[in-house]
Design a protein around this ligand. Structure first.
Ligand code: SF4
Ligand code: ZN
Length: 555
């Protein structure tokens, strides 16, 4: 029954007797997998308390407004009590208290039913279905044949280092990519899932593995512009599997399989089954044929890698000629709200989503595919501040999609009402007051920065959908955009960035520096080999005559 709930994306609050059984079965609990242990005999009341808090926090209901709470809880969240085993006075009292607030009970006991409110269901296999129908929940269920549980409940599950059996990409520095590619009909055999290389069970515990995921699709309505949109969903689809964790995108993936997952039989090859099923399910109108190749074999990855890099490059090029002033419409992205419920990315031609995987064209394509999906067009509306990048239409969208938590987004400054971050930023931009400039640190860089914090620590402060002036999460290509913190001085503010990132972006950085009439600028950016100490950094900047020192103060 618990599994059934998890697969259907329900939050479960288990009472004491259930918790004991779960412990005996070795089933893990926690908020990240939506199975939450409650206290002892006052039991259901804690669940009710949670629902009421939701009404107060999200529903705008005032304390003491009993009728308002009843009305809200009659609609959402769709709470239902499953009552198993003998009843006593306390349990019944608690259940009626919950009923009094708009949520029904289903029991396996012989009681007199109150239709729609106190319902008997003795067949345990039917209990969750009864709950779903009783509360009219909308659930789209697709059976995916893998040995672990699968569903939105596991999307937020993190596989921590000690629990990891094998990882690909990330700090393990192995070669990874994920790619969706459109092909001709005869090149794609629908349902063909291939695995090439050694799978998790043949790899040593604690090891790092190469990993490539190639999804080849054919569809009459499919367009090349849609490839990146489908590809971005790989992140979510893999995270839905219990014991699998996915972050990053393109050739900057980081994937983990947990020890428990591998023990239960989860393998890399199952990504093929998952992606095949989910892509068909979500993009059935677009795709007629899907085949997936998952590979850990080095030679096989080397074979496909150039095509992947070419595709990523081509996508970035397509958007390169577009400027914010020339379009009337920006797009939202709320795909990450499952992690950061009030976070919204505003995507403009010159500022891509902070995950680096969705640019303005991608968002546009995504909206064409799913008009009610996470990428909604925003009319810019009236300009409030051209320099800082503030528009009435954007603010309205921010207010709506942050559920009233935020009123203003400035697209071109990090110092005032900057854009928020979920957690999947490719890079963090952070103010170093002493240097009158900013450092950039990318996810792959595990070392120290002149801010006295590593990427991981910084990520904790910057993420979660909060506005944190002085810090923003960005996609790496935003660094070379003309709108990169343009209100704060732009590219010339960059005083430090990891060597590897600098080298990877060298051509683009140089091109942008030349546009600004400072062809030697990139050499003036310090890196970890120069220093990670703020005082030494300033010394270095002075020595190389870094332009940031001559810009107006940032604070
Ligand atoms: Fe969308 Fe932003 Fe999440 Fe990327 S980081 S998927 S653009 S919400
Ligand atoms: Zn995100």
């Amino acid at each position: 029954m618990i599994r059934d709930c998890q697969n259907k994306g329900m939050l479960i609050m288990a009472t004491f007797d259930i918790i004991r059984q779960l412990e005996d079965e070795g089933i893990s609990m926690g908020t990240d997998i939506m199975l939450y242990p409650l206290g002892e005999f006052t039991q259901a009341i804690h669940g009710l308390s949670f629902a009421i808090r939701a009404a107060l926090a999200f529903g705008g209901i005032q304390r003491g407004d009993r009728e308002g709470i009843y009305n809200y809880l009659s609609k959402r969240p769709k709470v239902v009590i499953i009552q198993l085993g003998p009843l006593d006075q306390v349990k019944v009292a608690a259940e009626f208290a919950v009923l009094f607030n708009g949520s029904p009970t289903i029991t396996d006991q012989d009681v007199e039913e109150i239709p729609g409110k106190y319902v008997v269901q003795k067949d345990y296999d039917q209990m969750i279905q009864t709950a779903i129908e009783l509360r009219d929940m909308q659930i789209k269920l697709e059976a995916i044949d893998i040995p672990v549980a699968y569903g939105p409940a596991f999307e937020g599950e993190t596989v921590r280092r000690p629990d990891t059996y094998v990882e690909a990409g990330g700090p393990s520095k192995t070669k990874v990519f994920e790619l969706v590619k459109m092909r001709e009909a005869e090149e794609v055999e629908d349902g063909k899932i291939t695995f090439i290389g050694k799978d998790a069970d043949e790899l040593e515990e604690g090891s790092g593995s190469n990993l490539g995921i190639l999804i080849e699709v054919y569809g009459k309505k499919m367009q090349e512009d849609y490839e990146s949109v489908l590809e971005r969903r790989v992140h979510q689809f893999i995270n839905f599997a219990e014991g699998a964790w996915h972050t990053g995108q393109r050739n900057l993936l980081w994937i983990r399989l947990s020890k428990k997952g591998v023990e239960s039989g989860l393998r890399f090859k199952h990504f093929g089954d998952i992606l095949y099923a989910k892509l068909h399910d979500e993009f059935g109108a677009l795709l007629n044929r899907i085949q997936v190749t998952v590979m850990t074999d080095q030679a096989e990855i080397d074979k496909h890698f150039p095509e992947a890099m070419e595709a990523y490059e081509a996508r970035d090029e397509r958007v390169a000629g577009l400027v914010d002033e020339k379009v009337e419409t920006f797009y939202t992205c709320t795909l990450c709200q499952s992690f950061a419920p009030n976070h919204v990315c505003i995507i403009s031609p010159e500022r891509l989503g902070l995950c680096g995987a969705i640019n303005w064209l991608d968002a546009k394509a995504s909206n064409q595919i799913t008009p009610t999906g996470p990428n909604q067009p925003i009319e810019k509306g009236n300009t409030i501040d051209e320099g800082k990048g503030i528009w009435t239409g954007v603010n309205e969208a921010v207010r709506e999609h942050s559920h009233g938590k935020l009123d203003i987004f400035s697209l071109y400054t990090m110092m005032e009402t900057p854009m928020t971050s979920c957690g999947c930023f490719e890079c963090i931009v952070g103010l170093v007051p002493e240097a009158n400039g900013v450092i950039i640190v990318n996810r792959e860089h595990s070392g120290m920065t002149p801010l006295g914090m590593k990427f991981s620590t910084l990520a904790g402060t910057v993420g979660g959908g909060q506005q944190t002036p002085g810090f923003i999460g960005v996609g790496r290509y935003y660094l070379v955009s003309k709108k990169f913190i343009s209100a704060d001085g732009g590219l010339h503010r960059i005083v430090w960035m990891p060597k590897q990132l600098k080298e990877e972006m060298m051509d683009r950085l140089k091109a942008r520096a030349e546009e600004l009439g400072t062809p030697d600028f990139v050499d003036k950016i310090a890196d970890e080999e120069v220093t990670t100490d703020p005082a030494e950094l300033v010394e270095y900047l002075t020595k190389v005559d870094h332009p940031a020192l001559k810009l107006p103060p940032m604070m």
